[in-house]
Structure formats: C-alpha cells, structure tokens
Design a protein around this ligand. Sequence first.
Ligand code: DC
Length: 226
Amino acid sequence: MIIAIDGPSGAGKSTVAKAVAKELGFSCLDTGAMYRAVAWRALHDGVSLEDAEALGAIAHNCTINFRHEAGDPVPRRVFVDNVEVTNDIRTAEIDRSVSAVSAVPAVRQALVEQQRRIGMQGNYVVEGRDIGTAVFPEAELKVFLTASAAERAHRRVAQNERRGVGSTDYAEVLADIERRDAIDSSRDTSPLKPAPDAVQMDSTGRTIEQVIERICALAQEKGVHV
Ligand code: DC
C-alpha cells in the first residue's frame, strides 16, 4: 500500500510522513531528499544549473541510498554514490538551487522511475510534491498538506536551528519558501497541485500530532491494521 503525502515546502510533510510510517509499520521515502541529492552532486561537480542535459545525466547515473540509524526504523541518512550527504543537502545553497534542478524533465523522469521501483517493494509512506498526481496516481491514500507561508517559515527556522544547518533568518527563509512555491507550482512538468482525490489538510494552527492522528485514522479506514 502507498500513502502519498504532498504539499509545499515546510508544511510538515517530513515529520508527518516519518511519524505515520513509524505508527503504521510502513517504510518511508523522502523524495525531496532525492532532488536535493542531485542538486548536491551538480554543485559538487561544478555542473551549471542551466545545463539540463548534464543534470539529467547526473540524476540517471548517480546512486542515491537511504540508511537507518541502528534502532531507528526511519531511514534518515542520505548517501550519494556512497558519500554521506545527510546534512549537506539541507544547506541554504541547496535550498536555493534545488527548484531549478527539480524543474528539469529528465531529472524528474530518472527520479520518478527510482521512486516507483522503491515504492513497489512494500508498504510505503512517500512524501513529495507530485506523488499523488504523477508518481503513484493509484495510491490508496493521498494527503495534500498545506500551511500558511508564514507558519511554514517559522517551522523551517526552528528546524534549521535544531539541525544547525540552513538559514535561521526568518525573512530570508520566508522569501525562499515563497520563491520555491512559485517555481514548484508553475513548472511545466508535474507542478505542485493536489490530486483530485487527495484529502486536503491545512496544518496552520494544528499540532503535528493532530495531523498524524488524522492520517493514521484515514489509513485505518482504508484497511491498514495498526
Ligand atoms: O521537500 P523538500 O523541500 O526537501 O524538496 C526539495 C525540492 O525538491 C523542492 O524545491 C521541490 C522539489 N521536489 C519535487 O519537485 N518533487 C518531489 N516529489 C519532491 C521534491
């Protein structure tokens, strides 16, 4: 079974997806981390973000792996060609570059193929922007999670402070979120939008626990046993 969780940057998808997966005993796939990994490889190799062909080749040829910490069922560590990039893909530089990378059709094609292969392996919570619309249009449960841009910026600043990576300047983070929202929703290939059959949830003013509980309840209605 696939549970698709889509929505804009900072809506709480990652936290929610990981907690729902843990609660239901599902695996979890963070597709944003895969686009970030390709952006990291491109910057690392000195490839221009305007060179769509080279970016497509990177997405096609690089190997992206997720690994678990001992005792943690959620794979939080990210590797590109066996180099750990868990923190390096969360920097402000990657935040600024990743939308350009993810707008390249050849990059999306290569990563969507990998995401489908991974998701076929069992019960997965998959989070991203186009999971319910393009990657797994047949997913049994689709959630489109949103929150106001201001609330998302506050959450992202708090997250960056906790992790010790990325910008902690509210105005800068808000501007980046608004810029990425605009690019992600207006690109030609798989723009960010809810699938017609997605359950829409606005997490503004709700706790993350309330959102997690609601998704788990919906999954149970679809026949998942906890
Ligand atoms: O969720 P995130 O902020 O880590 O995602 C990073 C970027 O990748 C974001 O700008 C949008 C893009 N993305 C995408 O286009 N499709 C996905 N399925 C996941 C992320």
